[in-house]
Design a protein around this ligand. Structure first.
Ligand code: F6R
Length: 224
């Protein structure tokens, strides 16, 4: 795992955008794995400003809540349109979200990840196995509580979601994981320093050959 510690979120987002831009320029048909969440918002804003050609790029989102319509303000479909897809020249037919009806997803070339404070990646919650595949998952109470900040009420947060598995994530050629802020410092320590364990799904990424972790000083404070 290649760990890059940057001054702040701004610098981290620029670094990640530069990696993504370079990959798209090298391969205009890049298959790009994407995440949602607050970490990704400044990244998508930065990428939108880079005037990249997405006309032949394919995107695969990591996860989506079960039971929300695509136009529901809390769905990840809606999030992606609001912060990214509405601004870029991506072809709608090249946008994928996980659902079990999908028989075969293209193989991901570059996967962008955020991390939950419990170590989840996508919605692969603690206990997820390294060979887990695209599936329906039950969200942990911790994740539902944290994500209720978007829904207003905890009861409104869906109990289930679809997520790509750790297996599909690990099959990507290259992975970038982003984490900013003090509240991610403990999970970053576990991910980088503790033993590799299903209980911290992000730690499984250490078995991948090409992972870059981009964290700011606050998220890195427990690494010394
Ligand atoms: C969502 C996803 C999640 C988030 C994680 C961090 O698509 O993949 O694993 O990356 O929950 O979320 P934020 O960035 O809101 O802290």
């Amino acid at each position: 795992m290649n760990v890059i510690i940057v001054k702040n979120k701004d610098e981290g987002v620029k670094k990640a955008s530069s990696i993504i831009s370079k990959e798209i320029k090298n391969n205009p048909k890049l298959v790009l794995g994407l995440a949602t969440g607050s970490t990704m918002i400044p990244l998508y804003t930065e990428l939108r400003g880079r005037n990249l050609d997405f006309s032949n790029v394919t995107t695969i989102n990591l996860d989506e809540y079960l039971g929300l319509k695509e136009n529901d303000k809390n769905s990840y479909h809606y999030f992606m349109k609001k912060y990214f897809f509405n601004y870029i020249n991506i072809n709608k037919k090249n946008i994928f979200f996980p659902n079990p009806q999908i028989k075969k997803l293209p193989k991901i070339n570059l996967q962008v990840l955020g991390i939950g404070v419990n170590g989840h990646i996508g919605f692969n919650e603690p206990g997820s196995k390294i060979n887990s595949k695209l599936r329906k998952v039950k969200l942990s109470e911790n994740t539902r509580r944290i994500n209720s900040r978007f829904f207003g009420l905890l009861e409104k947060v869906p109990k289930y979601a679809y997520t790509l598995g750790i297996k599909e994530i690990m099959q990507s050629n290259k992975i970038i994981l982003l984490a900013f802020g003090r509240n991610k410092s403990e999970v970053i320590r576990k991910t980088v320093k503790d033993k590799i364990s299903n209980e911290v799904p992000a730690s499984l990424l250490r078995k991948h050959k090409n992972v870059t972790l981009i964290i700011d000083k606050s998220a890195a404070r427990k690494l010394k």
